[in-house]
Design a protein around this ligand. Structure first.
Ligand code: PLP
Length: 385
């Protein structure tokens, strides 16, 4: 039997985890591969949630668009944190994570032969989603500081372009895109009547004086921007599969066809927990975000001492994306690092050709001691290479 998906590469992290399997479970295995923070959701909302666990509503479908109280609370939160205005009834939808929001957006706007412009290095699931619907990705290598170059994006737009994806703060580079670039892309999307998909999964994880700019905060842009968000990272809720999407009401109406077919609604328990966190857990979330900032400081301090790694310090996320001097096969390098040091990092090539020669280190799940240990091992590995 022939499968439509055969031409699409297998999820790269699943493959790497297979290679790492013999080390996982060993007490000295260090995992810098997982794109996760170490914390779980805050205690107070978890307790409040657990007290509602016998309530039938927690176990049933919510409306397709999501629990209305959550949408209302989220709309207030987005206004406060990102200056985004959205009507919770017609412009907000709760999804099973930002990945489902993105895949659903692609299904809603991209047909066979259409294309989406994506700066590269990119988050690989974005590319896979476009390929799954028979669309084409036009990947545009970023410039210095991992910032996309507007003129390159503009030159790539053609008759079959349906949208442009910006992921800021970025996975894998951590780059927080500058406001001028984002505004130029918004103008371009309005001019060409295409959609800017703004993946803001890491919006709260900004450091070193960087600020997150959400394009939907521009009133005139609202018809041309779809904003994706996630509770996986800052809220520590990746297993609950809860995220959201904000977009113009006409788009949301079309998106509902996908939502109803694929999931009907986002998992209800996750919606209830996210609501509790928005109501009583934001202080705790803020301290976890700060804690991740300290981990970043430590990691950047340590990585600068490894001569073989050239690192650009970016303003967001818990990822470091150093270039390895002389490396032309990051996949091979990562397997060698794993064998030699029992430490898993990700090869830059899985984030597109522009990522080759780099490795991605996620320090999100680590303690300070584990970060020290990881960089001791990496220093030893590269210094003896
Ligand atoms: C840029 C980006 N978007 C979306 C996601 C997926 O988020 P969620 O867990 O909400 O589906 C990730 C996860 O790593 C990501 O890095």
């Amino acid at each position: 039997m022939k499968f439509r998906t055969e031409g699409i590469r297998f999820p790269p992290i699943v493959k790497l985890r297979e290679a790492a399997r013999k080390f996982v479970g060993s007490p000295d295995f260090l995992d810098l591969g997982q794109g996760l923070p170490g914390h779980i959701p805050p205690r107070r909302p978890l307790i409040a949630f657990s007290e509602r666990i016998l309530h039938p509503a927690v176990h049933r479908y919510t409306p397709d668009q999501g629990h209305i109280e959550l949408r209302e609370e989220l709309a207030l939160y987005l206004r406060r944190t990102s200056g985004v205005h959205a009507d919770p009834h017609s412009e907000v939808t709760i999804t099973a994570g930002a990945n489902q929001a993105f895949a659903g957006t692609v299904l809603t706007i991209i047909g066979k032969g259409d294309n989406l412009i994506i700066p590269s290095p990119y988050y690989f699931n974005s590319v896979m989603a476009v390929q799954l619907v028979g669309g084409k990705v036009v990947d545009i290598p970023v410039g210095s500081g991992f910032q996309p170059v507007f003129e390159d994006i503009e030159a790539a737009v053609n008759k079959r372009t349906r949208g442009i994806l910006l992921v800021s703060p970025n996975n894998p580079t951590g780059a927080v895109y500058n406001r001028q670039l984002i505004d130029q892309v918004v103008d371009l999307c309005m001019d060409r009547d295409i959609m800017l998909i703004s993946d803001e999964t890491y919006s709260q994880l900004v450091y070193d004086g960087s600020t997150h700019y959400s394009p939907r905060s521009r009133k005139d842009a609202r018809d041309h921007v779809v904003t994706l968000g996630s509770f996986s990272k800052d809220f520590g809720m990746s297993g609950w599969r809860t995220g959201y999407l904000v977009g113009p009401s006409l788009f949301i109406e079309e998106f509902m066809k996908v939502q109803d077919t694929v999931t009907i609604c986002a998992p209800t328990p996750g919606q209830f927990l996210a609501l509790e966190i928005l109501k009583t857990g934001l202080d705790a979330v803020e301290s976890e975000v700060k804690r991740l900032g300290f981990l970043r400081d430590l990691a950047y301090l340590r990585i600068d001492q490894i001569v073989a790694l050239e690192t650009v310090r970016t303003g967001g996320t818990f990822y470091l994306f150093p270039q390895v001097k002389g490396c032309t096969d990051s996949r091979k390098l990562v397997l060698d690092i794993l064998q030699s040091t029992k430490t898993l990092v990700l090869p830059g090539i899985i984030f597109g050709d522009a990522g080759e020669g780099h490795i991605r280190l996620s320090i999100g799940p680590l303690t300070t001691e584990a970060i020290d240990e990881a960089f001791d091992r990496l220093a030893k590995y590269f210094n003896s290479a």
